[in-house]
Write a protein that binds this ligand. Structure first.
Ligand code: GMT
Length: 375
């Protein structure tokens, strides 16, 4: 098949999923065209089966807001015609599903049929999409997609609760290429980051308020009171400065390392002992799955789709949102004893295999085939 993929190209769950999916589809013989405003961060290798088409939005002083949807839908029409793209897969409803619908209608006027699949990722539903300013357009574009998928059961439920949905929503969970994580590194270079006796705790996110970054710092503060430990904070975002200040206020700034955005998250996870994800909500929690695939147990909140990924007492523990004491207690129960830690590490890695790319990508192929057959 010739598949067009639209996503956000930045460090963020939906963009990562879209990119990994596109790469895997190309390996399976499909011709994949990424259409977005920048080359996706994890899309390093463009080849005969993987193409990138940049959407540019020229600045014009009349516009207070530059019309990205317009530029995207025009580019979609042009690329579909030029490369004979058969099906479009848009990740994150806003504004991608809306732009895809416009492209579909423009192509229809020329007698070209373009089915499009919309994948709902989380904040496009739970935080942004349900806002009254966007809700009407988001509802319309979900209901008028040729197929709709959501990354967890929890997100499907949220979508049905928050919007007036008439379309079917199929759950296709996020995934991970286990092969990339198993024995990826023979030497994690752990010594560069911590002493032998120190436990390494890691958090990876876009540092938005939904991630509850102060909880990460507070849980770590409680851990390091009991045993030698270091905290790796990976990512960039609006809450980062406050987190640095909180670490300083608590007197632990020498134990908290802010690493910024990284293309080598797997390398950092390789030497990590525990992953913290205390989010207010997560539709899935891809960062937790990446940690588990690296054999890192997860201490998380129990909100949204996280319980579908992190299994309480097996791959880690879940606590109520904001229950820093319970998270700290659970973290210490894993970290104190090396045998227990190793058991949780092995269990986390095993749980992650349920989400291997080889099990999930065929589900997307089946959706594409179904929408093509229907149209
Ligand atoms: O919040 C983020 O980390 C970014 C956001 C995105 O759309 O890029 O992530 C959402 O999609 C990810 C991939 O499907 C999920 O793993 C995240 O749980 C989800 N984030 C939220 O629901 C807050």
């Amino acid at each position: 098949m010739k598949i067009g993929i639209v996503c956000y190209p930045t460090f963020g769950g939906s963009g990562v999923v879209a990119t990994e999916l596109g790469i895997e589809l190309s390996k399976r013989g499909h011709e994949v065209h990424f259409i977005t405003y920048k080359q996706p961060v994890r899309l390093e290798l463009l080849g005969s089966n993987v193409h990138f088409h940049e959407v540019t939005v020229p600045e014009y002083p009349l516009f207070h807001y530059q019309p990205y949807e317009l530029a995207l839908s025009s580019k979609l029409v042009d690329m579909v015609k030029l490369h004979k793209i058969e099906v479009l897969h848009v990740h994150y409803a806003i504004p991608h599903a809306y732009a895809a619908y416009m492209a579909k209608k423009m192509l229809e006027a020329e007698g070209i049929n373009l089915p499009f699949v919309t994948t709902l990722h989380g904040t496009d539903i739970t935080l942004v999409g349900s806002h009254p300013f966007y809700k009407t357009a988001v509802t319309f574009s979900i209901n008028n997609s040729d197929a709709v998928t959501s990354v967890s059961e929890s997100l499907k439920k949220d979508t049905l609760r928050l919007f007036d949905i008439t379309n079917e929503i199929e759950v296709i969970t996020n995934f991970i290429d286990i092969g990339k994580y198993v024995n990826n590194f023979t030497d994690c270079q752990r010594a560069m980051m911590a002493k032998d006796e120190e436990r390494i705790i890691t958090h990876v996110s876009n540092f938005r308020s939904v991630k509850r970054i102060p909880d990460v710092i507070k849980v770590f503060y409680n851990i390091q009171k009991e045993l030698p430990a270091k905290l790796m904070m990976v990512g960039e975002g609006p809450e980062k400065e406050d987190a640095e200040m909180l670490a300083k206020k608590l007197g632990i700034e020498d134990k908290v390392v802010f690493l910024g955005n990284s293309n080598e998250v797997d390398r950092i996870l390789c030497f990590s002992d525990l992953f913290l994800l205390p989010s207010q909500t997560e539709s899935f929690g891809l960062a937790a799955l990446e940690a588990m695939a690296s054999g890192v147990p997860v201490i998380s909140s129990n909100s949204g789709g996280i319980p579908e990924v992190n299994v309480h007492g097996v791959s880690g523990y879940l606590s109520d949102v904001g229950d820093v004491d319970d998270m700290s207690k659970n973290a210490l129960s894993i970290l104190r004893d090396t045998d227990t830690l190793n058991t949780f590490k092995a269990q986390a890695a095993k749980e992650a295999t349920k989400f291997d790319i080889s099990k999930i990508v065929p589900q997307y192929e089946a959706i594409y085939e179904k929408t093509l057959a229907k149209s």
